[in-house]
Design a protein around this ligand. Structure first.
Ligand code: GDP
Length: 452
């Protein structure tokens, strides 16, 4: 039993119960119109009730739902109590149930662990539950959702059945090697094996890409003071976060904020302007800028054409972090003065984008260009997520299959090949249903929140 909602003040909070004593707990602690509950309890129906403590004193009025196992989240009998969201009240309710000796506070992830142990979810789905709760971006949320719906489990099932076929062939070869029976042609088997290795490879790559996306990107907005960085920063965020001023060197420290681009978290950092300066605070700002650039995935280099020192600025960035993608922006496009210098600037920066933070011209184009630069083609697809544990098993399975390929090439004995196929089977199987040890389950479920 545990509180399933976030702790704090809320209109409603939920206490979750799972286990064979659920009905008894409800009979002891809930009353409908002042009368005891009647068995059998109505399943999956919300009922208005009074919640009582161990001494039958009224604690609250709310709702409860009873879930009869195995048609419940955990597979066991379960219930949810909806009370007012005051932590004191919730604790009083929980304490009185614990006092009855019919339930105890749940551990982190215990409900999902029970669901896993009763076969309601496999391990990849259980892991996806936690990811869904902790997801920091829409992308991560959707990728977790797909795993929860069994996408990864279906892939694993497909791999397993292909591997079992390969294994059966090897076993048959071993058992009937002297009887001249017709087996699948070696090259057909080889094709299947290569295909499997390739699929494992693409899963691992796709997961790496998705993980990168889920962690998000960092963009450094740089340029000479007064070119309009803060104005651009505010435009990208959609609200005024940075101070805009026509006095050079206004942004002395960096300002950073996270936005979501296509459901991906992107941290945009408005850096201190870059210029030779005697001002010690501004000097520090420039040092920070260098550090930020080293950690960034993209530089937005802004200029306004009025200063002619952009070339120096570019070489400055390149020396801080070579090969970092850079988008050049010519701001203040609304000014005639800027338009007039455009041809010269275009010669130096053929891919430059013209924008005006004042009129908002060109901003949508820039947003699109940022997305195209940060998200590679594969990452634009719906992603696939692998927890560290699964990545390890997929990698080990791939290694074993590569070994099988080598063994076949060397015409090694079938018995040895079969051992490697077994190894691959073990790792693939471990993704969804590992050999159950408390250590593995403890590792998976300890990162969950209590109540899930
Ligand atoms: P930063 O020092 O690079 O952060 O520059 P700011 O964003 O503080 O802008 C410096 C000055 O340029 C301010 O007076 C802004 O109002 C002005 N400014 C910024 N963007 C534009 C623009 O697109 N057009 C015009 N005309 N002025 C702009």
């Amino acid at each position: 039993m545990s509180i399933a909602t976030a702790v704090g003040k809320s209109a409603v909070a939920i206490i979750r119960i799972s286990g064979s004593h659920t009905e008894e707990i409800l009979m002891n602690h809930c009353r409908i119109q002042n009368a005891s509950l009647q068995v059998p309890l109505p399943e999956r129906k919300m009922r208005l009730c009074s919640f009582l403590d161990a001494e039958k004193k009224l604690l609250d009025t709310g709702l409860f739902v009873f879930y009869k196992g195995p048609s419940s989240y955990t597979g066991e009998d379960g219930a949810e109590l909806f009370l007012h969201g005051n932590i004191l009240l919730l604790r009083m309710m929980m304490d009185s149930i614990v006092k009855s000796g019919l339930a105890q506070p749940a551990e982190a992830g215990e409900f999902t662990k029970r669901a896993y142990l009763s076969g309601k979810l496999d391990l990849t789905q259980a892991e996806a539950v936690n990811r869904m709760i902790c997801a920091r971006s829409e992308r991560e949320l959707f990728a977790s959702r797909r795993n929860l719906e069994g996408e990864l489990s279906r892939m694993v099932a497909k791999f397993r059945s292909t591997l079992l076929l390969l294994k059966a062939q090897e076993e048959a070869r071993i058992d009937f090697s002297t009887e001249g029976l017709d087996f699948q042609e070696p090259h057909e088997q080889k094709e299947k094996l290569d295909d499997l290795i390739q699929q494992l490879d693409s899963i691992l790559n796709c997961a790496r890409e998705t993980e990168k996306i889920c962690l998000g990107f960092q963009i450094a907005l740089v340029g000479r003071p007064n070119v309009g960085k803060s104005s651009f920063f505010n435009q990208i965020l959609g609200w005024d976060r940075s101070i805009v001023s026509n006095q050079s060197g206004t942004t002395r420290d960096y300002v950073s904020e996270e936005i979501q681009l296509e459901g991906v978290p992107v941290r945009v950092i408005d850096t201190a302007g870059l210029r030779e300066t005697q001002d010690s605070i501004e000097k520090q700002g420039v040092m920070f800028t260098k550090k930020i650039i080293r950690q960034s995935h993209l530089i937005l280099n802004m200029m306004d054409g009025i200063s002619d020192e952009e070339s120096n600025t570019i070489s400055f960035f390149s020396s801080v972090k070579p090969n970092i993608p850079m988008i050049h922006l010519l701001n203040k496009w609304d000014l005639e003065q800027v338009r007039s210098v455009y041809p010269q600037i275009k010669q130096r920066f053929p891919d430059i984008f013209c924008v005006s933070c004042l009129t908002k011209e060109g901003l949508d184009k820039i947003r699109k260009q940022i997305q195209d630069t940060l998200f590679s083609e594969s990452s634009a697809e719906e992603g696939l997520l692998l927890e560290e544990r699964n990545r390890y098993h997929f990698m080990e399975a791939k290694k074993s299959l590569q070994k099988v390929s080598e063994l076949w090439k060397e015409k090694a004995p079938d018995e040895i090949v079969a051992i490697e196929i077994d190894e691959a089977l073990f790792h693939i199987g471990s993704v969804t249903n590992p050999v159950q040890t408390e250590e593995i389950l403890g590792r998976v479920f300890s990162v969950f929140c209590v109540g899930k």
